[in-house]
Design a protein around this ligand. Structure first.
Ligand SMILES: NC(=O)C1=CN([C@@H]2O[C@H](COP(=O)(O)OP(=O)(O)OC[C@H]3O[C@@H](n4cnc5c(N)ncnc54)[C@H](OP(=O)(O)O)[C@@H]3O)[C@@H](O)[C@H]2O)[C@@H](O)CC1
Ligand SMILES: Nc1ncnc2c1ncn2[C@@H]1O[C@H](COP(=O)(O)OP(=O)(O)O)[C@@H](O)[C@H]1O
Ligand SMILES: [K+]
Length: 497
């Protein structure tokens, strides 16, 4: 049983914490306008680096400080001899730094016009400085028109840059109904949840964070609330999911027993067992319906396949110190329910997935064995919590934390960005959008991979982070080589070596 070793993450914050950091930064600098000027310089640098040939810029500026950043950027672009037009979207009067920025733009003779939906845009780069972390959602109707206009100009060929985060995204959750679809987002100060999760993560496009000097004050800050981390999945790819070592034998890598595959759902259990094996488990057993045994032996002779209803199966397929993967194709009939009860009674570390989670939701008494992981998607999380799916979508971190505490386990809340959360309240966000994974069976493969890493690593959280990272990374590789349509959930497993 091993540890992953050192790995780094980037801290992520909610709006309340960002406000605290901003406040400390402003007092450290002695002046908030200096920070806004620095924000504009950072925007200028990143934009001209990415689009060195662009000559013509349009900046949409709201009434708050997000618009202030945009107005000071306009001054810098104008001073660099580039063509810039500010479209003013403010419906309330400006004050503070935003007003100072507006006055600076006037002094620099930046061309400012009131935004109109009829405006024809021929700019190479459109900058969204409408709303940042001060946004209240849903958007007012006039701002919905602005968002629509920005997205239309993008479809006509302009590149779109979002200041801090795309307008329309909730900075605390990543939730959005209608939002700007950026090519590049330049986050200010520190990363926010909305830069990474849900629609926010997709709408950001390429994401850059510029700390604006806040790095130096972070160490001295004591922020309320648990730690949120962004994990770049590529850093785990430097090592294999379950690295092999010279002085080893099959017992060194653990035994995984996959339990599932009722009538009609054999594929789920087969994929999970194949995944456990290809991820590096020493030995794998599959406990399934007798009708799937031959199919498994033909496809994966390395997997020991048993009829789950045979008396002696427990002694053959399940060993001391083994890990269970319970749920792929388990079904909601009596067969699945009996297996669920039988397996839970063994108190072995378990990856509980799919219909295993259904049975969990039906039994309020059940306690999960120590060292277990549950892997719900939004719908399964909603069922476990008694929430609507939309509620989980709007508050995924809260949902995952509640589940981790209630079941005293690690929770893998699956989505475009997946959350990995433990009982202590550590929250990791990992993965980027890989639409090739949006196919039935991807979750079964992940649960098998998790079985192998759970058998290998000492720490359940590390096991979950490793499997989630490799699943997402390998999917990206598979999409490149096989295509997003042809690539199948189990093909991910060909990219683990
Ligand atoms: N030195 C500095 O200050 C620095 C600032 N920084 C930058 O500041 C940003 C935060 O600025 P912020 O706090 O002013 O909030 P912001 O996102 O501009 O929104 C507030 C405005 O939007 C309006 N509004 C809100 N919701 C609305 C809706 N639904 N529909 C319509 N209107 C709505 C709201 O209107 P009101 O409340 O008056 O009705 C108000 O006018 C941050 O994201 C970063 O970019 C950093 O670069 C660091 C340096
Ligand atoms: N667009 C996407 N980007 C990244 N990951 C995705 C995407 N669509 C699906 N996934 C991943 O694929 C898996 C799907 O799991 P699940 O919904 O349980 O599938 P199934 O039950 O069919 O096996 C999860 O790990 C999820 O994070
Ligand atoms: K913005």
């Amino acid at each position: 049983m091993r540890h992953i070793g050192a790995f780094s993450t980037q801290p992520v914050f909610n709006v309340a914490s960002i406000r605290q950091i901003e406040k400390a930064l402003f007092s450290f600098e002695g002046n908030s306008f200096t920070v806004m000027e620095r924000a504009a310089q950072a925007l200028f640098k990143h934009i001209v680096t990415k689009w060195p040939d662009a000559q013509h810029f349009v900046i949409l500026a709201g009434a708050g400080n997000n618009g202030g950043d945009g107005l000071l950027l306009a001054v810098l672009l104008k001073q660099a001899g580039l063509q810039v037009l500010v479209l003013d979207c403010a419906h309330s009067p400006r004050s503070g730094d935003a007003l100072r920025a507006f006055e600076a733009a006037q002094r620099a003779k930046v061309n400012v016009e009131l935004f109109s939906i009829e405006q024809v845009c021929s700019a190479a780069v459109v900058v969204d400085g409408v709303l940042g972390i001060g946004a209240r959602l849903p958007l007012r109707e006039d701002l919905q028109c602005v968002v629509h206009w920005i997205n239309q100009t993008k479809h006509k060929g302009a590149a779109v840059v979002a200041i801090d985060l795309p307008t329309g995204v909730d900075a605390d959750t990543g939730y959005a109904q209608q939002c700007v679809e950026a090519d590049l987002t330049i986050s200010m100060v520190q990363l926010k949840i909305g830069n990474l999760l849900g629609r926010g993560g997709i709408a950001a496009g390429q994401l850059i964070n510029d700390s604006l000097g806040s790095q130096s004050i972070m160490a001295e800050m004591s922020l309320a609330g648990g730690q949120l981390h962004w994990l770049d999945v590529r850093q785990f790819v430097k090592q294999k999911p379950c690295p092999r070592y010279l002085d080893s034998h099959k017992g060194s890598y653990g035994h995984v027993a996959v339990v599932g595959g009722d009538h009609g759902y054999g594929g789920a259990a087969l994929m999970a067992s194949e995944a456990a094996s290809k991820t590096g488990a020493g030995t794998v057993a599959l406990l399934t319906r007798w009708e799937h045994v031959t199919a498994s032996l033909v496809r994966n002779p390395n997997v020991m396949a048993f009829d789950a209803q045979q008396e002696q199966v427990l002694s053959l397929g399940i060993r001391n110190h083994c890990v269970l993967v319970l749920g792929p194709g388990l079904g909601r009939a009596r067969w699945g329910q009996q297996l669920f009860t039988q397996m839970m009674a063994l108190s072995l570390p378990t990856v509980l997935d799919a219909d295993g989670l259904f049975w969990l939701s039906q039994d309020s008494e059940v306690e999960l064995p120590i060292g277990s992981v549950i892997t719900p998607h939004l719908g399964e999380a909603a069922r476990l919590l008694g929430w609507q799916i939309e509620q989980v979508n709007r508050s995924p971190i809260k949902a995952a934390l509640l589940l981790a505490r209630r079941y005293r386990c690690v929770v893998v809340l699956k989505g475009v960005t997946t959350l990995v959360v433990n009982e202590r309240g550590d929250v990791y966000m990992a993965g980027k959008s890989e639409p090739v994974l949006s196919k039935g069976g991807s979750g079964d493969v992940l649960s098998g991979m998790l079985g192998a890493t759970l058998a290998y690593y000492k720490d359940t959280l590390e096991a979950a982070l490793m499997a989630v990272s490799w699943h997402n990374y390998a999917a990206g590789e598979m999409a490149v080589h096989k295509g997003v349509h042809c690539g199948q959930p189990y093909d991910v497993l060909d990219y683990l070596d």
